[in-house]
Design a protein around this ligand. Structure first.
Ligand code: AMP
Length: 458
């Protein structure tokens, strides 16, 4: 099937051609005809399936065919997203697909001055992409109304629930007009999400492109058992040995994300963190640098990374395993996008083994167990100290010198190891040792002892 078969109007087809999209993805094939008929839709789809275009294209088509003055302090279409990053991304998609239409698109989210948003909305806007909190702030200040909304989209509904947006969403439901088209998207559809969908949708057509908790098929999924305290050392080796274009490293907490970045900085490796304690400016800068390839490593918490679409992510590294299986599916969905292959590597500490079990049960995929790499113990021993926190107390000159020396020693060692076999860890001065690549599968080999130190493999 081609986009031209779907009956979309000329300016939209032109924009798709400019983006070199010829064929609709499965969710687009299923959703676009239904939406062009004006029906409500309940879509089960993960990010990476093309669901943004699935709701943006038919809506733009509707606006192209039904031009109308924008309502003062209001909008014709409202898209709700759980995070600022996703909201910005969705708005960009609308601008891209609607570039040959004269439509206004604005984002509404916290972390940026509200007055600028009030001004931008004052004459009315065609399409508003918002996070729930700031949207309700604006409504409470009487700077905005959603009573004229013709099309309403709730994206990433399960994430909205995880983030505690249930009450704001109930309020939004009450403020919307009765007569409107509704679109509801969620990666998973447990009972409570279905109940939420019931509050918005009117006799919806249901489309689904991935059964619940199905893991992206093109992702090679590996796990390594390792002590929590030794994960930094493992991360350094993985980053050195794997052929990484761009990697997303996930931690469970904001503090954990900062700590990973500081350890990487301590070893002279550039990385940015993105999480809820960072200012909007910092988050935008980090994401831009990652998108543009200026920095190859982005360390993120689940909430900040959810829905982010960055092409070319070759690796997802679960520095900490998520305690909810769906979260794992979302994380690894960041790689293997648009037909590419990806690698997901999970570091599993003893107390995380139950999480791994739950993930394998929910996804019905057994992760490949990778042994600890050959030079692991040496890497643990020579791990450079983390960089000092940016806002923390200043280091004394003596501390700075010591740290610089440590970094230099570490980098020299890394250089030497790249060119030479890892004798230190093999402990036998074996000249025939293999280069330290971590590619062997299914064997514990020389690291049996190291693996078992973290508890017996399953
Ligand atoms: P989404 O699931 O909306 O985050 O989209 C995932 C990625 O697929 C985005 O980079 C889109 O720009 C891209 N995409 C969406 N639809 C198509 C299509 N029909 N052909 C090629 N790429 C697409």
């Amino acid at each position: 099937m081609e986009f031209t078969d779907l009956g979309l109007s000329e300016p939209i087809l032109k924009a798709l051609a400019a983006k070199k999209y010829a064929n609709p993805t499965p969710i687009q094939q299923k959703a676009i005809p239904v939406l062009l008929e004006g029906k409500d839709l309940c879509g089960i789809a993960q990010t990476g399936t093309g669901k943004t275009a699935a709701f943006a294209l038919p809506s733009l088509d509707y606006f192209a065919r039904n031009p109308k003055q924008t309502p003062i302090k209001g909008c014709r279409m409202l898209v709700l997203s759980p995070t600022r990053e996703l909201a910005a991304q969705i708005a960009q998609s609308f601008r891209d697909y609607g570039r040959f239409l004269k439509l206004s698109v604005e984002t509404v989210f916290g972390g940026v001055p509200i007055n600028k948003q009030i001004r931008a909305l004052s004459h009315g806007v065609d399409i508003v992409v918002a996070t729930p909190g700031r949207l309700l702030d604006l409504i409470d200040q009487r700077a905005f109304t959603i009573k004229d909304t013709e099309i309403f989209v709730l994206d990433e509904a399960d994430q909205m629930m995880d983030m505690g947006f249930i009450h704001p969403l109930r309020r939004v439901a009450k403020l919307l007009p009765r007569d409107r088209q509704n679109l509801f998207f969620s990666a998973t559809m447990p009972k409570e999400i279905e109940a939420l969908a019931g509050q918005f949708l009117n006799d919806p057509v249901k489309v689904s492109v991935a059964p619940q908790s199905t893991t992206a098929e093109r992702v090679r999924q590996q796990a390594t058992f390792v002590n929590q305290a030794e994960k930094q050392a493992l991360l350094h080796i993985v980053l050195k040995n794997e052929d990484i274009d761009r990697a997303l490293i996930f931690t469970r907490t904001k503090h954990g994300a900062d700590r990973v970045v500081r350890f990487l900085e301590g070893a002279g490796i550039d990385a940015f963190a993105i999480h809820g304690n960072k200012s909007q400016g910092q988050r935008t800068t980090a994401l831009q640098a990652f998108r543009q390839g200026k920095v190859k490593l982005l360390v993120a918490t689940d909430i900040a990374a959810r829905g982010i679409d960055v092409s070319g992510v070759s690796h997802v590294i679960n520095f900490e395993i998520p305690n909810v299986p769906e979260q794992y599916v979302h994380r690894i969905g960041r790689t293997a996008r648009a037909g590419a292959e990806g690698v997901a590597i999970s570091f599993v500490a003893d107390d995380e083994r139950p999480y791994l079990k739950a993930i394998e049960k929910a996804t019905r995929v057994k992760l490949e167990i990778e042994p600890l790499p050959e030079n692991f113990l040496e890497a643990v021993r020579s791990l450079p100290k983390p960089a000092a926190p940016r806002k923390g107390p200043k280091q004394t000159p003596a501390q700075q010198t010591k740290r610089a020396e440590g970094q230099r020693r570490y980098q020299d060692q890394q250089k030497a190891q790249r060119g030479a076999p890892d004798k230190a860890h093999r402990g036998e001065g074996d000249g025939a040792a293999k280069p330290a690549r971590r590619r062997r599968r299914g064997s514990v080999g020389a690291h049996k002892g190291a693996v078992q130190r973290t508890g017996a493999p399953r």
